[in-house]
Ligand binder design. Structure first.
Ligand code: APR
Length: 251
């Protein structure tokens, strides 16, 4: 954590205290301390797998077994993990703002939901759900083990209900995320490299539409840093509880 971490922490808490609406954007980094791999780290998911093979409609058409191996392995990993203090701190933050709080996550691990976040927008889908490639039925399967290539009761193949590259985000969820970003006074940007769009565009939307104060929480500077008014650099599982404690300390 930087020398002036305490000063930055106070500035972030001051901005939150003055805020009427808060929007949080999270990425894989918020789940890293729970044991869920991120995507672009040296040991990240994209190191061992080609995106076009395991996270694109073409890859699924070409080799659904390879794709399901990848997602069944991710489901198995998430079965073994729990939310960390970072997830829990965001639940405490929501308790403070109630319906004036929205958490937009790029994560498909469901850990925000397990932690108890209520106003949650999963813009990239969820590992918990499958979608039928023919009848379109979307079902929550929990994290129970699935067959190598699961099929729908209509007979067609199922796919993970996850947004792949070159696919559109679910319009209703994306619209709600843009509204939350455009109306917030403070946007917390937590554990994302902010290189994937359109998710990353929520940050300039918050800045330009409502001149929101952008607070970045990450291990390092990212593509979001030039929009950030405050930078809190360190593990989210340590920084977020400190931020909420600072906010509550001088409520
Ligand atoms: N605390 C805070 N930040 C962390 C931590 C931690 N403990 N560990 C890692 N980070 C940061 C990294 O520095 C990096 O900036 O989290 C970020 C993770 O970045 P990515 O791996 O690129 O993940 P993300 O930004 O969520 O990816 C966006 O890309 O692959 C697609 O659909 C996938 O939703 C994903 C999207």
């Amino acid at each position: 954590m930087t020398d002036d971490f305490d000063g930055e922490l106070k500035r972030a808490a001051d901005a939150l205290r003055a805020a009427s609406r808060v929007c949080v954007l999270t990425g894989a980094g918020v789940s890293a301390e729970s044991g869920v791999p991120t995507f672009r780290a040296s040991d990240g998911l994209w190191e061992g797998h080609r995106i076009e093979d395991v996270a694109s409609p073409m890859g699924f058409e070409r080799d659904p077994r390879l794709v399901w191996n990848f997602y069944n392995a991710r489901r198995a990993n998430v079965r073994t993990v729990r939310p960390n203090p970072g997830h829990h701190a965001l639940v405490r933050l929501e308790d403070r703002y109630g319906t004036r709080f929205t958490l937009v996550t790029q994560n498909v691990d469901g850990l925000h939901r397990v932690a108890g976040t209520k106003s949650l927008l999963e813009i990239h889908g969820s590992l918990y759900r499958t979608r039928c490639t023919y009848c379109g039925e979307v079902l929550d399967r929990g994290l129970d083990a699935l067959p190598a290539i699961p099929h729908c009761h209509c007979g067609a193949m199922l796919r993970p209900d996850i947004v792949w590259f070159n696919e559109n985000l679910p319009p209703d969820v994306w619209d709600a995320a843009q509204i939350a970003a455009s109306e917030c006074d403070v946007m917390l940007v937590v554990g994302t490299s902010a290189v994937v769009h359109p998710a990353a565009s929520l940050i300039p939307i918050a800045k330009r539409t409502n001149d929101a104060t952008v607070v970045e929480v990450n291990m390092t500077r990212t593509e979001a840093s030039h929009y950030a008014d405050v930078g809190l650099y360190g593990p989210a599982g340590e920084v977020l509880p400190k931020l909420v404690a600072e906010l509550e300390r001088t409520a």
